[in-house]
Design a protein. Sequence first.
Length: 226
Amino acid sequence: MGPTVEHYREVRELIDAAAREAHRDPAEVRLLAVSKTFPAEAIRELYDAGVRLFGESRIPELEAKAAALPGDIEWHFIGRLQSNKARKAVRLAKTIHSVDSAELLDRLDRVAGEEGVRPQVLLEVNVSGEGTKAGVSPAELELFARRAAACEHLDFRGFMTMAPFDADPVRIAAIFEMLQLLRNELERKLGRKLPELSMGMSGDFEVAARHGSTIVRVGTRIFGVR
């Protein structure tokens, strides 16, 4: 077993322990191995160990890896998505985590209809209010969520956020709890389930697993420093 597989299993064990501490079923938290900048060979090592869930943040890189690797990989797109890359995103990714504007949402809906696919989408929320973070504000979220729920060709599944890199665990937990509360409120208002919360990265995935995340996005702790 290579180091990448060892690291993946270590992260998985930490997620499971954190979830159990919060009286959650560890199976509720999926581990997305973020393979951006790493070669297809690194992904293949995990694939051969049974991993099928991978995340990329650049469309050209996703396109190249999807062509080079087995077709049963479940690809997620987690980076900033330009509208002119929307068509490739809906062709390649089962889930797009980073839908951060009405313009992008509408374009994804249109091209998904043209392509005859129905990708899952998550709306990116800037819970922390940082100017450097993408996403809509909590105040704008209800209107944005209603627009997503009306999209005919998209499967609107929930939300994504990023905590500040230098925040302490208490603040990070508060940010994740806030998104969980926003999700719960919108489920009531929209009358539909929004089961996915994409929260947590290499530095805070254990906090996320304790506070409602269903997908943690981990790269460095698995593949190493970029």
